[in-house]
Design a protein around this ligand. Structure first.
Ligand SMILES: [Zn+2]
Length: 465
């Protein structure tokens, strides 16, 4: 029995880990590598294994760095099924459709330039048809139920509390009267996140594959401070009739933010302020959130049974067409506009920034991590002039970074997760983190659990289990 790592090893994107159990090959996640265009092309064109030889895929959650390369499998004759929770199946489908659309647009843009230079054209990694082909193989699984995913292999999905439908995946392989169990954490969430339940306690396992996105740091958990900042922002907007622009990812972050603002209003900490959710993908995602009450925590479930809709409030407005989106430009403040993309690299939020950023009464609130070279990063670094649609634009709007809204476990949460596995696993692979985070977390594990074998695998490496 062995495992090989083909992404999210000493990096955070392209989560793909391949288990070989007897003659069976099971792939854990099939994520898209995201990053510099040429590198992404190379890493997504060569998955590192033969899709034809894989029998089954187990998917931890819908985020594209975990699911985005799935359609490449069907394109290359993958014969099997993909198991995941039902909520993940629904979310993954809309995210893959969106990814296919973005790739088409990107390729059109690149090819225009390439043709001018007399170079070969690029093609998308997959088409909408490939997305629908793989989606037809999705098998929804209930949290906690056991099923056979291949010969001699039993699997279970346990709530990871990261986004709707997210799971840690447990697999047990029986061979010649012996058994080995493996737990793959996927991305782990945190306690007390809106809508979601806290991550489930992990089941016992011999081998653990654990993420380490924040393996070397702790989140700022000062709720009082965060509430005070949010309160100030809303009051400022109401007083100055200004706009608050929040770039956010459509799945997860947007719904999380809505629930947090709702809570402040319900507690009487801020006055209701018009909120506009302006992202077609966010709207589709919210429909799916409404269809999966089995994923809700106690409080959200109560709201759901009482009101039938967990997002409905008079001051929350949903924008679907681009015409309505443009009309927002003419609307006077105060208001909050939550729009994608989270790093301001595309999507409707760029129009909203163009329209608001030169006015010093407005505020841009950044809630997520901003990758290098993105407009979001330039805003986070408070550049005075930023390029918007290629035009240098003077930034007068205030920038506020709100930390502590992460959907990822921090170092203490990760350690507590491992501590809860009794007896502790004999072997642990630390994945899904930048090298520094992963190495630091591995060191913490070795200090706390003497005798535990801890590895920080490199991409394309194989280990015997
Ligand atoms: Zn994730």
């Amino acid at each position: 029995m062995n495992i090989s790592f083909h992404g999210a090893a000493r990096s955070v994107t392209g989560s793909r880990h391949l288990l070989e159990m007897g003659g069976t090959r099971i792939l854990l996640d099939c994520g898209m590598f995201q990053g510099r265009r040429d590198l992404a092309r190379e890493r997504n064109s060569h998955l590192g294994f033969e899709p034809k030889s894989v029998q089954t895929v187990l998917l931890s959650h819908a985020h594209i760095d975990h699911s985005g390369a799935l359609p490449i499998l069907t394109k290359e004759q993958f014969p099997g099924s993909v198991y995941m929770t039902s909520a993940t199946a629904d979310l993954t489908k809309i995210l893959l459709e969106d990814s296919a659309k973005i790739q088409q647009g990107d390729c059109r843009y690149v090819n225009k330039k390439e043709r001018r230079r007399g170079r070969d054209c690029v093609t998308p990694f997959y088409s909408m048809e490939d997305v629908h082909d793989i989606a037809a193989r999705f098998q929804g699984v209930r949290y906690g139920s056991s099923l056979s995913a291949a010969k001699n292999v039993t699997i279970q999905f346990h709530d990871a509390g990261h986004i709707l439908g997210s799971a840690a995946i447990w697999a047990k392989y029986r061979h010649r009267g012996q058994s080995t169990s493996i737990l793959f954490s996927g991305d782990l969430g945190r306690a007390n996140m809106p809508i979601l339940r806290d991550p489930h306690l992990p089941p016992p396992c011999d081998v653990l594959i654990i993420e380490s996105t924040y393996g070397d740091r702790l989140h700022d958990d000062d709720q009082t401070k965060r509430r005070a900042i949010a309160k100030d922002l809303v009051n400022h907007a109401i007083q100055h009739k200004s706009k608050i622009i929040v770039p956010a990812f459509s799945v997860g972050r947007t719904q999380d933010l809505i629930m947090r603002i709702k809570e402040l209003v319900n507690n009487g900490e801020v006055s209701p302020i018009p909120i506009f959710i302006d992202s077609p993908l966010a709207l589709k995602a919210m429909k799916i959130f409404r269809q999966h009450p089995e994923c809700y925590d106690e409080e959200t479930y109560q709201t759901f049974t009482a009101k039938g809709d967990i997002f409905a409030e008079k001051y929350i407005n949903f924008i679907s067409t681009s015409k309505e989106s443009k009309l927002l430009n003419r609307r006077k403040g105060p208001c909050v506009i939550i729009s994608a993309s989270g790093m301001c690299e595309g999507g409707r939020v760029v129009h909203h920034l163009k329209n608001t950023i030169e006015d010093e009464a407005n505020v841009v609130v950044l809630v997520g991590w901003q990758a290098e070279h993105t407009l979001g990063r330039k805003l986070a670094e408070e550049w005075e002039t930023v390029p918007i649609f290629g035009v240098p634009t003077r930034r007068r709007a205030r920038i506020v970074r709100l930390n502590g809204y992460s959907a990822h476990a921090d170092r203490n949460d990760l350690l507590a997760y491992v501590r809860a596995i009794k007896p502790y696993p004999r072997k642990v692979f630390v994945v899904h983190g930048e090298e520094r985070q992963s190495l630091s977390f591995a060191m913490a594990l070795q200090t706390e659990f003497p005798g535990m074998e801890v590895e920080v695998p490199k991409s394309e490496s194989t280990y015997q289990l």
